[in-house]
Design a binder for this molecule. Sequence first.
Ligand SMILES: Nc1nc2c(ncn2[C@@H]2O[C@H](COP(=O)(O)OP(=O)(O)OP(=O)(O)O)[C@@H](O)[C@H]2O)c(=O)[nH]1
Ligand SMILES: [Mg+2]
Ligand SMILES: [Zn+2]
Length: 362
Amino acid sequence: MDMISNRIETLGFEKRFLENIDPVDLNKFDIARVMAVHKDSYIINNGKNDVFAELIGKMVFSADSSIDYPAVGDWVLATFFDKNTFSIIHNILPRKSLLKRKTPGKKIAFQLIAANIDVAFIVQSMDADFNLRRLERYLVMVKESNIKPVVLLSKSDLIDAEGIANRVAEIHGIMPLLDVKPFSNENESGLNKIKALLVPGQTYCLLGSSGVGKTTLLNNLIGESVFTTKTVREKDSKGRHATTSRQLITLDCKAMVIDTPGMRELGNFSVEIGIDEIFSEIIELSKQCQFNDCNHANEKGCAVIEAVKKGQVSEKRYQNYIKMKKESAYYEMSYLEKKQKDKQFGKLCKTVMKHKRNRENK
Ligand SMILES: Nc1nc2c(ncn2[C@@H]2O[C@H](COP(=O)(O)OP(=O)(O)OP(=O)(O)O)[C@@H](O)[C@H]2O)c(=O)[nH]1
Ligand SMILES: [Mg+2]
Ligand SMILES: [Zn+2]
């Protein structure tokens, strides 16, 4: 067990993952990490090698939603067969973080991005893609998921030093303590500063719009062009993602990285912790609003609106805050509605069954 635990520690395993696990299960199963997900099959690693895996039927039958399925980065209990060439996943260990987004549409459904991530590299390119509002959305998602954000500004080769400094200053204007690293995959400037952030055994993920250079960065960190990036010709063809699968890569320095496909839509937000953290100055101001339940929309004595009028909070930032708040409120509402509907449907079933029984008994 100890030898195995040493081996999985290099994959980022921590004792805390075992906190609520039955010791009997630990004797029965191996601990392994999900390295890649492909439809309904998986590649997992128990510290020895990558092994093909499937879910035990019980897990599939009892799954309520996508959250009950393994994501890249998950720790699982599994059994290994045929000299370590095939495995069955029995259980997912409690996650320390889970990056997910709501799938488009009104239905409450999530797409899992990755589990047990320590640091999220939010990548924006400094040319066309640079957008503070989008950055705020990514930051909210990352904070909400209990993950440390670092902002990587790519394509520094395309703008001058002043342009770079301005963009960094703009970000620090809204988040003074945020780690922001400009870099270029093209001339490799700033790459060493990114490498210096990588800690062995920690798991990182690359987030950001399509075409900002996430996969190119990963290839640079590996030191080899292992993964496909967009060719120059394809660069303009919007909507085509170079990266489509998700997998966990172990770098030579023993840090692990998950590359993700660019997300076109970030989806709505389920809870408000993230929003409150990223818009902390607005939360601070709202304590001075005349009404406790102020929505900062058009209420009398609203300190937030006052600050926007005075130019202390930018109009755009305020609008983004209101927009995200609305989305999150909408989300909560539709969730409740869904539950309500489920209840009504359950009642309906019961009544139908009762009538049926009554008829049969007659
Ligand atoms: N000038 C310049 N071009 C870059 C830089 N980084 C990436 N590129 C180019 O940008 C294009 C897109 O890069 P990718 O690494 O495929 O982008 P991605 O973020 O992985 O995109 P998706 O996988 O679609 O999400 C490629 O043509 C790269 O050569 C950079 O720092 N400077
Ligand atoms: Mg990519
Ligand atoms: Zn207010």
